[in-house]
Design a protein. Structure first.
Length: 426
């Protein structure tokens, strides 16, 4: 494809960019579909090409774990969030990118079938689940194909199926609860001392420990998996766990191997981007959104990708700035994670740091909220609400200004005081 001529130059942080006449969106997941929608919503009438790898219309991923045993067809994003890749001019859902060339006058994306040239490139190839290659027969859960195979293994086998989940993070906990409710014998193995320790810290993560027992799930913490073999999981303490199905849910890594040599990748494979999602380390018109992007937020510091909300909202910011829009305070998106696990609703706003102070709001045995404050200050960095919907709405409003909100710790820790009533003047 020949790129249409570029249009007017656009100033961006000291650099002069050309407003693109054509865009290639690499990736047909949530971030890619949201990019196409944002381009059209913001009046872009140039040529848009979409390259996908799964051969499926973009679909919603949260149901893969939350509705694992009930969802028998993908949930199209055009129905779920109104993001329809059919708005693009050229949609290739089974033509994965294999390389990127930035040496020519216009960026060029190589695929198995040829080369796509455009004025600008949006990288949205997402991530892939991590699993040691020697763990024979272990499953992951990241794609619709993964979910279909896992569902069939759990539902179509004999009664008394035994599932071992390696990892008590967001996905591991969600699947464990869904499977246990269906009568599957579930054991969860977590190397850290508590579930969700990497995201929330061990102290807050430990709040979820009783949920496993209440849901009929056996939880083992502080132990590592030494090997996965047919019919069993071997722990490093010598324990053998019988297993008909093994799910590895220990995280994901950006799917960026195809970019090696073209752009400066971080050690984990991500791409550092500025506040407009433009890839750092290159002057080429390339932006990265979704799981690929590690953004520096003026409010929250370094914010990794990997979450649904960021993949949904980030493309709108990236596109607006790519098309010449000026920065706005709303461009600094607040990290947000939601999860339904083991009979509880969790919502995390903000980005807690390991050395933050934690204030508990409510009863950890019931509906509770954790408030993270920057050490020795009243600056609120994150809010985790567990079964407290009012605090979810309040937290969303708190993180809308240019700076972290300032709250009175004592009042904020009182569950009878609305969070907004604890706000202090900045």
């Amino acid at each position: 494809m020949t790129s249409p001529a570029s249009q007017d130059p656009v100033a961006h942080e000291g650099r002069t960019l050309q407003r693109p006449g054509s865009v290639v969106v690499v990736g047909a997941g949530l971030a890619g579909a949201a990019t196409v929608a944002a381009l059209r919503d913001q009046g872009f009438d140039g040529h848009v090409t979409v390259l996908g790898a799964e051969g499926l219309e973009p679909y919603d991923r949260p149901p893969l774990s939350k509705e694992l045993l009930d969802r028998t067809a993908p949930a199209p994003l055009r129905d779920e969030v109104g993001a329809d890749v059919a708005l693009a001019d050229d949609v290739r859902l089974d033509d994965a990118a294999t390389g990127l060339d930035l040496d020519g006058p216009h960026p060029a994306v190589r695929t198995a079938t040829g080369v796509v040239v455009a004025d600008a490139v949006v990288l949205a190839t997402g991530a892939h689940a991590v699993v040691p290659p020697t763990w024979r027969g272990a499953r992951t859960l990241h794609t619709w194909r993964d979910a279909t195979g896992l569902r069939e293994a759990l539902r179509d086998g004999p009664a008394g199926r035994r599932l071992v989940v390696v990892g008590a993070g967001w996905i591991g906990a969600e699947v464990a609860g869904v499977a246990a409710r269906a009568g599957v014998d579930v054991t969860v193995v977590e190397a850290a001392t508590a579930p969700l320790a990497a995201a929330l810290g061990p102290a807050v993560g430990s709040w979820t420990v009783p949920w496993y027992d209440a849901a009929g799930v056996r939880l083992l913490t502080g132990v590592r998996v030494a090997a996965v073999e047919p019919g069993q999981v071997l722990l490093d303490d010598g324990t053998s766990l019988p297993a008909d199905v093994v799910l590895v849910a220990v995280g994901a890594r950006p799917s960026s191997g195809w970019l090696s040599g073209a752009l400066p990748l971080e050690p984990d494979g991500s791409l550092a981007v500025d506040d407009a999602f433009r890839v750092l380390g290159t002057d080429a018109p390339v932006v990265a959104v979704g799981d690929l992007a590690v953004r520096t937020s003026p409010r929250h510091g370094v914010v990794p990708g990997g979450h649904w909300d960021g993949a949904l909202r980030g493309p709108s910011v990236a596109v607006r700035r790519l098309l010449g829009g000026v920065p706005a305070s709303a461009d600094d998106l607040t990290p947000y994670v939601f999860s339904t696990q083991l009979g509880h609703e969790l919502a995390l706003h903000g980005h807690p740091a390991t050395d933050d102070d934690v204030v508990v709001r409510g009863d950890v045995a019931g509906a509770v909220t954790a408030l993270w404050f920057r050490p020795g200050t009243d600056r609120l960095s994150a809010v985790l609400s567990v079964d407290r919907p009012r605090d979810v709405a309040a937290a969303r409003r708190l993180f809308t200004g240019p700076d972290l909100p300032v709250l009175d710790r004592t009042r904020a820790g009182d569950p009878d005081v609305p969070l907004k009533a604890a706000v202090l003047a900045g």
